[in-house]
Every structure is written in C-alpha cells, then in structure tokens.
Write a protein that binds this ligand. Sequence first.
Ligand code: PLP
Length: 384
Amino acid sequence: MSNPDIYLDYQATTPLDPRVLERMMPYLTTKFGNPHSTNHSFGWEAAAGVDVARPQVAQLIGADEREIIFTSGATEANNMAIKGIAYAQYPAKNHIITAQTEHTCVLESCRALERSGFQVTYLPVDNQGLIDLNELRDSITDKTALVSIMAVNNEIGMIQDIAAIGAICRNAAVVFHTDAAQAVGKIPLDVTAMNIDLISISGHKIYGPKGIGALYVNEECPVRPLALFDGGGQERGLRSGTLSPALCVGLGSACVLAEQDMTQDAAHISMLAHRLKDKLQSALPDIQINGSEQLRYAGNLNITFDHVKADQLVKELRGIAVSAGSACSTEKVEPSHVLTALGLSKKQIDSSIRIGIGRMTTEPEIDQAARHIILTVQKIRNLM
Ligand SMILES: Cc1ncc(COP(=O)(O)O)c(C=O)c1O
C-alpha cells in the first residue's frame, strides 16, 4: 500500500511527535559528539543530552535514573532481560514462566533458552486473554529463575494484572519482568507499587523515534542480568556500544510528553475507539471484538468480521492503514498465536483485523474509516 491517507496501525508504530523531533534536532546536527568522549566539550554536550533523558525515562515508571539502561528497542530489552536473568542464575535455576500470548521476541528468547537446557512454562490465557493468577502461583518452583508477562498485548490490547503478578513473584522471591512496549506511557506503571524488577520500553510505540528503547533494572533486585554484548562496558556494563544522544533525547522527551498527556490521550483515544466500535457494531452484524472488554487498552481494537477474509479486507481498504496481524509477524503464514490462545478458530483468525488509534487520530478520520470499512465488509459479504 503506498502512502495511506489514514493511519490506524498505532501498535505497529506511532508517528514521531513534532515536539520530540524538535528536542532531537540539535543532537542530529551541531551536538554530534560521542557521549562517551570524556575529554572535550563535544563529548560533554552530547553526554548532557543523555543525562537529561535518563531521568525522564525513569520518572515515567517511578524508577531511579541509575536503573535505566538504553537499548535499541524493546526487542533488545526483552532479550537482555530474559536471557540475561536466566543465564545469571543457571544452573541453580533453570525454569522460566511466560504466557502463550507474549510478543514473538519474548517467545523466541524463551525458545532459545529451551535449546540451552532451560524449561519454560507457557501459561495459557482465558478467552479474554488473561492468565490465571492461581496457575501462575502454582507454576513457580524453587527452580524458577524468572516470570515474564507482558503488560498490554500488542494484538488485542488486553491488560494483565501486573500489580497482582508482581506481588506473587515478590512473595515467591522470583524475578519479575514485564514487556511494557505497548503499555508504558499509555497506562500508569509504577515499579515500586507493582513490584516489577525489569521493564522493557520501546521509543517508537510512544511517539518517539525508532531504534531506541530501554530496560529498567531494579537496583534492589538480588539478580543482575548478565550482559549479552561484550565491549566498552557502557550502560553500567549491561549494554556496551556508543549511545545515540539524539535517540536518547527523543525517548526522554517522548516519556515526558506521555506522562504530561496521558489522561488527555486516554480520553481522546477512548472516545474515538468507542465511536468507531459503535458505528461498526450498529451497521454490521456478525462482528466480534477480541479480548477483554474491560481490561483493555482502548486504542487497540481487534475485530473479527465473519465471512470476510482479513487480507482481502486490508487490501481493499486502500487508503486506510490497518493490520491483519502484528507487524513483526506479517511475513509468517501461521495464524496469530495470540488469537489462537484465545480460542478463536482458524476461520475466525483469518477474518480478524487490528485497528490502532492514537494521539494524532482525528474524529473525521474515524468517521471516514468507519464508512469505508462498513462498505467494504458489506461488498465482500455480498460477493460471497
Ligand atoms: C509488546 C511488544 N513487545 C516488543 C516489541 C518490539 O519492540 P521494538 O520494535 O522496539 O523492538 C513490540 C513491537 O511490536 C511489541 O508490541
């Protein structure tokens, strides 16, 4: 699809907020120094940008700036957290608990650990997408090195009870990691109140730049992840490599704006999501919203349109950018593992699309998209 007119794929990525770009610009132009060059002013001014950004990221999740490790994104942060914490305790502990609905990079990190001798429990979810907390509690053994459960799901938007999961893990003295790429900046997260040991963050899901993310690592956690990269020992030895001050500043600014605009964004996005849902539900029979009705991030609508092939619908919705799967798995032919875990049939999965609404989405865009979706679904159904 070339140059779509209406962007409704906010879980794949978000546009860069112009206020973020403005903050980044000096570090892409005049302030080009290496932030790790300690003996001249070019290095100092670049480092100063990083020093401003780090507490900004920390503040959004109630952390201390020393607990923020910059990474290239949430994929890297998830790999660092899961493999790093697992290897740090091996062989004394060799068991990981995660959920079947996690992002591919979490599942693949766990599969890599399985190939290295770890055992992994992939918790099932109910038809709302939620794990059973008793099942989590019962799965923990004295060999469990880590529990990794995402906060907001990228395909269906459901929100797990992170505070309850954190409490279970803390009571059992097991390290708790959450992939919060779709949650940070959108729902309130507090590392202390929720007993979270590690959080993965992604810049481009929160109106920041691509290629930057962070891993929060609780200073008080008794286990320190092993570093996956060898090198200059940057980021407290956990992530070697030269930092990009422009990207760090971008992530920091995106976090400041996310905190400042969280209530307003949530109200705006929820209003638009309800508007779209109501329009579709009143015009079209046989449609179903997937995932929990209540425990969900409003900006993610995953909808099954019976008797419609999702890839045909997505193709025919020219000018409206929606997704027939998560962006990172669109090249795969297998049905979505998330919708499968919810109990949807292959036919239902093949009829499901994800619509993502965000800060920059407008009411006229939603109305136009609703009209276009309704007409296209009716047309496809009439041709059957
Ligand atoms: C829940 C979740 N985790 C991790 C990632 C990977 O993030 P990044 O693109 O920053 O590597 C994504 C992106 O799709 C995601 O939605």
